[in-house]
Design a protein around this ligand. Sequence first.
Ligand SMILES: [Zn+2]
Length: 161
Amino acid sequence: MASRRVNSRAVKLHRSYSVSELAACFGVHKNTVRQWQRDGLKPIDSGRPVLFQGAIVRAFLSARNASRKRPCPPGTLYCFRCREPRPPALGMVDYLSLNAKSGNVRAICATCETVMHRRASKAALAAVLPGCDIQFVEALPRLKGSPAPSLNCDLETQAAV
Ligand SMILES: [Zn+2]
């Protein structure tokens, strides 16, 4: 289970924070802050109590959040409830064409039964979802001119390859 992503903007740039102040600021346990320190978050100096500068904390957490983005492995869609890539329940997915080349893949999370979405190009479907039973669904006419909801996230990059 992935740990929760914190909002790096919760700290003020020009303030310094003790371990417990940082923990309170982000709503995490003090041990989480100590883990950040082991992961490379640098205190202001080697003095006691250990203090961290807001700007350094923010830069550390932003970089850490960015590095945690990762594409879904083949055969999975990103489940926003599990916060993990998950395989479709029973290997069943729907593909809703948006145009001749690409569309939205829709499936049910095998773990928590939440509906998951992923954009995929038609040509890449077999590579993106190997071994899945893909149902091709005709997209409904766009009566209101609004496109079908598709989650615009970095998962698309893999599907586009
Ligand atoms: Zn799930």
